[in-house]
Design a binder for this molecule. Structure first.
Ligand SMILES: [Zn+2]
Ligand SMILES: [Zn+2]
Length: 357
């Protein structure tokens, strides 16, 4: 049987919808019929040919798409916890469920982590259906009645921001949190920090993104184009200009990373969410002596282990957070290549989601 999918050819070359073979489940895997899938800057990075230095080198024929929601269509013979018809979402970093990190509850940094939709043996969800390996460990069943678009909206960006702010740094109500870069993950971080009771400063160069950040709970904004020095402008909002307790680099270019670290108060924590671009190739110089003498911390965060979805769902059900607010538009499979290509100019607002397959 065949199905429609967005197929990668060469870095930066326009992608097309093609008919390809429909996947079949491994014994420990499932096949999910896609209902919705978020379109992410990570897709753009991979399509552009970034990230070779972290082991991502897409090959012709690859199908992207790592923020899916769907219905289980086929179940492998060894799968114990899922049935045909279950509605599920899938965290993008697939784990083995058995290594020391998985056993510590840190499946997102599994020893044998496999990213959904970035390698040929684990195709993604810009397709009518997609397979998931090791499904008992990697698939999250949805609560009844949740909207697939909303759940796609909490794809890697919302989940990463949630895991980072809730489990990697210590946000206390009344803390100041700066978020550098208000793309999908940055806006998610603004919304979550607000829900945690922090005072939030959103930083970006696009007025429209700063207004969206205000809608999502930012108390103050810094327009990068209107100030001489971003860290000074961020610190000006905090008591005695001391700086923020938590600063999030939600973009990952050298400038936002340094600005983020330099916005901190003594003892402050930098949460690094953004991965770098081909400019940095993973290396950014930082004010190390200041980090030492002021006991600042620099913490990475990568995706979210499946068991933390329960926390998000319970906050969603009670209206404390609303990932749907960050979804900017819904598109069809046909439009996905164009949306990814349009990320060249950083003009995408919020999270676009593909809903027609
Ligand atoms: Zn593992
Ligand atoms: Zn993503």
């Amino acid at each position: 049987m065949s199905m429609r999918a967005v197929v990668f050819d060469e870095p930066g070359e326009p992608m097309e919808v093609q008919e390809i073979d429909r996947p079949e489940p491994d014994p420990d895997g499932i096949v999910v019929e896609t209902e919705a899938c978020g379109i992410c800057r990570s897709d753009w990075h991979a399509w552009r040919g970034d990230w070779e230095w972290i082991g991502v080198s897409p090959t012709p024929g690859l199908v992207f798409g790592h923020e899916p929601v769907g219905t289980v269509a086929e179940v492998g013979s060894d799968v114990e916890t899922l049935e045909v018809g279950d509605r599920v979402c899938v965290p993008f970093n697939l784990s083995d469920g058995t290594c020391r990190y998985c056993k510590q509850g840190r499946a997102n940094i599994c020893e044998r982590v496999i990213p959904l939709g970035f390698v040929p043996f684990q195709p993604g969800a810009f397709a009518e259906a997609f397979p998931v390996r090791n499904a008992d460990h990697n698939v999250v069943r949805l609560p009844d009645g949740v909207d697939p678009v909303e759940v796609a909206g909490l794809g890697c960006r919302f989940a990463t921001a949630f895991h980072g702010l809730v489990h990697r740094v210590d946000v206390t109500p009344g803390d100041w949190v700066a978020v550098h870069g208000c793309g999908g993950v940055g806006l998610s971080a603004v919304h979550i920090a607000d829900a945690l009771g922090a005072n939030v400063v959103a930083v970006d160069l696009a007025d429209e993104k700063l207004r969206k950040a205000e809608d999502l709970g930012a108390d103050e904004t810094v327009d990068v184009t209107a100030v001489d020095d971003v860290p000074t402008a961020v610190k000006a909002y905090t008591p005695s200009n001391r700086g923020v307790e938590i600063s999030v680099d939600a973009l990952g270019i050298a400038e936002t990373c340094r600005n983020s670290v330099r916005s901190l108060c003594k003892g402050g924590q930098n949460l690094q969410i953004g991965l770098t671009t081909s400019e940095e190739e993973g290396e950014v110089s930082l004010p190390v002596d200041t980090i030492v003498m002021e006991e600042r911390e620099f913490l990475g965060t990568f995706g979210m282990p499946p068991h933390e979805y329960e926390e998000i769902f319970s906050m969603m059900e009670r209206g404390k957070i609303d990932p749907g607010k960050i979804v900017s538009k819904t598109v069809s499979l046909q439009e996905v290549p164009e949306v990814i290509a349009s990320m060249d100019d950083y003009e995408t607002i919020g999270i676009p989601v593909c809903t027609e397959f």
